[in-house]
Write a protein that binds this ligand. Structure first.
Ligand SMILES: NC(=O)c1ccc[n+]([C@@H]2O[C@H](COP(=O)([O-])OP(=O)(O)OC[C@H]3O[C@@H](n4cnc5c(N)ncnc54)[C@H](OP(=O)(O)O)[C@@H]3O)[C@@H](O)[C@H]2O)c1
Length: 257
């Protein structure tokens, strides 16, 4: 199936590892151009080099900076305008469910997790909508989590922020349709990869983590980042031109509701 993504320009925030990095690779396989982002320059350059070696340096770019900061976001927009002129796909991927304390109602934890999981998505969408509108099939794919739907072992603030991401996706889809920008949301379950949160939890408690996965996930395994990436690529593609305001759950059957 030709996804029609050749030479499309794709920006993925927080993409030097994990789901963001796999998403970059899946777009590159389709012939798109990708802009990677992360704070740690060395780590970002390492990921950039891996992708340049595989797909050619003409298709990959990278922008170092903290994407929670307004100035960084506007510099990133200028960089995209200077490099590509327009944007076709935006994936506001930054997010983290790592708690900072035991108290689920700790205000500092709420501020931190809302600042990482919700506000950066709002800020990048606000900044990039104009250059996305220049595309004939502009697309935003937001990243929620199954913790948004029902009570799981997640910080309350993370679950609430990921629920707000679903709401943001639905509302934006209605409003941005007139600018030919589609907005969809992917909802991952437990995704394991090297250097990720689940790897850390697994290494700390192998038996407990395996028991949890076997009990809670009908397909009895972790998801892989490529499995989220492929769904994102499909939603951004020509084949999904009539899909907007949708949520795609990719969790091995874990979500019950
Ligand atoms: N993994 C899962 O099981 C899972 C499940 C459901 C939903 N999700 C969601 O999927 C998305 C990706 O998750 P992931 O597990 O792949 O993430 P991850 O492994 O925590 O991703 C970390 C990436 O984000 C970058 N990063 C962190 N803070 C940044 C900042 N302020 N500005 C720019 N880059 C930043 C990191 O590079 P630097 O440290 O160098 O900045 C790194 O490239 C998130 O929205 C997450 O909530 C994940």
């Amino acid at each position: 199936m030709d996804l029609g993504l050749r030479d499309k320009n794709v920006m993925i925030t927080a993409s030097s590892q994990g789901i963001g990095f796999s998403t970059a690779e899946s777009f590159l396989k389709e012939g798109a151009n990708v802009l990677l982002n992360g704070r740690n320059e060395e780590k970002l350059k390492h990921s950039y080099k891996i992708l340049c070696d595989k797909y050619g340096s003409g298709h990959v770019a990278c922008f170092t900076g903290d994407i929670t900061v307004a100035d960084t976001i506007s510099q990133c927009r200028s960089y995209i305008e200077d490099t590509w002129g327009r944007l076709d796909v935006l994936v506001p991927n930054l997010g983290s469910g790592i708690p900072i304390c035991e108290d689920k109602l700790d205000i500092k934890e709420w501020e931190t997790l809302i600042n990482v999981n919700l506000l950066p998505a709002v800020k990048v969408i606000r900044e990039f909508t104009e250059i996305l509108s220049l595309s004939d099939n502009g697309s935003i794919i937001l990243i929620s989590s199954i913790v948004a739907y029902e009570r799981m072992r997640a910080p309350y603030a993370y679950a609430a922020a990921k629920n707000a991401i679903r709401t943001l996706s639905k509302y934006l889809a209605g409003d941005l349709a007139e600018r030919s920008v589609r907005v969809n949301c992917v909802v991952p379950g437990n995704i394991m990869f090297e250097g990720g949160r689940w790897e850390e939890l697994y290494n700390n408690d192998k038996e407990g983590t395996e028991a949890y996965i076997n009990r809670e996930v009908p397909l009895k395994r972790f998801g892989r980042p490529e499995e989220i990436a492929d769904a994102i690529v499909f939603l951004a593609s020509e084949r999904a031109r009539f899909i907007t305001g949708a949520e795609l759950v990719i969790d091995g059957g874990q979500k019950r509701s």
